[in-house]
Design a protein. Structure first.
Length: 348
């Protein structure tokens, strides 16, 4: 039979060892009470911990998309406001135009159209957070150059050159009064209209990207989230304003003014219809973003519930465990204090 040696030191050391372990357990318990989840998820769940990691990653992806959609929604609402203003201006101009006699339309609209052309340029250069909303895929650069810039813009130079080539006089020359209605009609349908085709628009008017901007709004959905300044509606509107403001309307004969007025009215009408279509397209994108956000919020809630069920702790049980351990620590401290009094010196 073997008897283990006992000493005062071994009595003192035993409670101290137990206290350190219990204090670590109390710290873990308090962490679980605060966070509501296991202090060591890997230890508690084992191989199932990978499932919660995956759920948290998907939830983070949804949060990132949700945050991105906020910026996209702002860009869309800004674009819609600009488009609405362009359309209202075009409709007002058309209403004013149709309320005047045919031979007075073009001359009366010259100053108004020049101002509205400048306004169109400004609206097409609208930016949000440093991004130009009508820049298409080229959002870092203002898409439009002012038509009446100094020195003359490429667009203004092209119009002046085309008019001079066609009629041998400048727009402001008194000789423009000799231009017949048929000659003006041929010019408007030919050389002038060509100034607004794809190639000329890109070369002289717009620095926007060829395609509108698209954005991913959910894990599986991408929609168009901008309108490019290269859209036909903008070109028709610019063409109508240039016709009214910079083709020598006040110097033209009455018959030529009537032709010019009719073309301006037609251009404004078609441009307004195109702007309505653009607003409808962006409106569908706005609705898609709203629906995507609703779905992602529901998915995030589902993921959070699943993670909570796997990682969550019973807070009542954790509180009871912490209280029990705290009591045991206090008992250990009291016992240690009593053991320290067990010394032969006290009996000598």
């Amino acid at each position: 039979m073997r008897t283990n040696a006992l000493s005062t030191l071994s009595f003192w050391s035993a409670p101290r060892t137990g206290v350190a372990r219990m204090q670590a357990d109390i710290a873990r318990g308090n962490e679980e009470l605060v966070t509501g989840r296991f202090a060591d998820v890997g230890l508690a769940l084992g191989s199932r911990a990978g499932i919660t990691v995956g759920l948290r990653q998907k939830s983070a992806e949804l949060s990132a998309l949700r945050d991105g959609n906020a910026g996209t929604a702002l860009r869309l609402s800004t674009s819609q406001a600009a488009l609405k203003q362009m359309q209202e201006t075009a409709d007002t101009t058309l209403k004013t135009l149709t309320g005047l006699p045919e031979d007075k339309r073009a001359g009366a609209l010259k100053a108004m159209a020049a101002s509205q052309l400048a306004g169109l340029t400004s609206l097409l250069n609208t930016s949000v957070d440093g991004q130009f909303v009508f820049g298409g895929t080229n959002t870092g650069r203002a898409p439009m150059t002012a038509y009446t810039a100094s020195p003359a813009s490429p667009a203004k130079a092209a119009v002046d050159a085309a008019f001079l080539t066609a009629f041998g006089v400048t727009q402001e020359s008194a000789g423009a009064g000799a231009i017949t209605a048929d000659a003006l009609s041929a010019f408007l349908d030919g050389p002038f209209q060509n100034l607004f085709d794809d190639a000329s628009w890109a070369a002289d008017w717009s620095g926007a990207g060829a395609a509108p901007l698209t954005s991913q709004i959910s894990l599986s959905e991408t929609v168009q989230t901008s309108a490019s300044a290269n859209a036909p509606a903008f070109r028709k509107l610019a063409m109508a304003y240039v016709m009214a403001s910079d083709l020598g309307a006040s110097n033209l004969s009455a018959s030529a003014q009537a032709v010019l007025g009719d073309r301006v009215a037609k251009g404004l009408s078609e441009a307004s219809g195109g702007l309505v279509a653009l607003q409808a397209d962006l409106g569908r994108s706005q609705a898609a973003i709203t629906a995507a956000n609703t779905r992602m919020d529901a998915q995030k809630s589902l993921f959070a519930n699943q993670v909570g069920q796997m990682e969550g702790v019973d807070t009542a049980e954790a509180k009871t465990r912490v209280d029990r351990l705290s009591t045991q620590v206090q008992i250990s401290y009291a016992l240690t204090a009593q053991l320290r009094q067990l010394s032969l010196v006290a009996y000598i």
